[in-house]
Design a binder for this molecule. Structure first.
Ligand code: ADP
Ligand code: MG
Length: 230
């Protein structure tokens, strides 16, 4: 079953009097449980593609469907609702709330969705943090965690609402290679055990073997899919 379906997506940024074509005829589908690595140099359009796939940015042209939601036509409010229920994001810069503990950083998701951070939500936050190897860190502030631990809290936050699509923007770029590999391994096992579709942006070819499929992007254009290890 297709979770993400992007067809002939184009994104043009107007900046001063120059137009920047950040994405051109981008076509990409991702199925349930499938992990796609999006590999390309800086400035090639990776973050633009993820932002459009997750309903953070509107395409200039093209079709974008997530779980059958036709998101380019959505209002701002519909997009907020859509994101809350369908998509998880993990950014390079982690973005945890500095004055909240690991557990509270997950509960924020529940509160944004109208929940009250009650017993069930706390239980879920603890269970997720436990799965991610952070059972002993639930009450620590982000500043008291290592880079890898912070990234794992960010993954827990992205998974909190059981999204069917999780978008990772260079999740290992701030980590050294061995920690990066551990985080990628964890991402892979979490995505596979939940049958969740994901797109993982990277410019590091050492990380692509964790994906089922590698798609290259250069100057806003996607290449043909390649088997992993090619
Ligand atoms: P990547 O994530 O692969 O580094 P981006 O998607 O961030 O690439 O950017 C693709 C291109 O679009 C780059 O040339 C970048 O400078 C440009 N770009 C990105 N965001 C904006 C913006 N808000 N306004 C104008 N140009 C932008
Ligand atoms: Mg980027």
């Amino acid at each position: 079953m297709t979770v993400l379906d992007m067809r002939d997506v184009r994104k043009v940024y107007r900046s001063g009097d120059a137009d920047i074509v950040a994405l051109d005829h981008a076509t990409l589908t991702v199925d349930r449980g499938e992990i796609v690595a999006l590999l390309g140099p800086s400035g090639s359009g990776k973050t633009t593609l993820l932002s459009i796939a997750g309903g953070l940015l509107t395409p200039s042209e093209g079709v974008v469907q997530v779980n059958g939601h036709d998101i380019p036509g959505y209002s701002a409010k519909e997009l907020t609702d859509f994101r809350r229920h369908n998509v998880g994001f993990v950014f390079q810069s982690v973005n945890l709330v500095p004055f909240l503990t690991a557990e509270e950083n997950l509960l924020v998701v529940d509160e944004l969705g109208g929940g009250r951070g009650g017993r069930a939500a706390k239980e879920r936050a603890r269970q997720l943090l436990g799965e991610l190897g952070l059972a002993h860190r639930t009450r620590n502030l982000p500043a008291q965690l290592s880079g890898g631990e912070r990234q794992r809290v960010a993954i827990g936050r992205a998974l909190f609402n059981n999204p069917s699509l999780v978008l990772f923007d260079e999740p290992t770029s701030a980590l050294d290679t061995s920690l990066g590999e551990q985080v990628m391994e964890l991402i892979r096992s979490e995505m596979k055990s939940r049958n969740t579709a994901s797109v993982i942006v990277t410019h590091d070819t050492r990380m692509t073997h964790f994906a089922d499929r590698v798609v290259r992007i250069v100057d806003g254009r996607l290449g043909a899919a390649e088997p992993v290890g090619a």
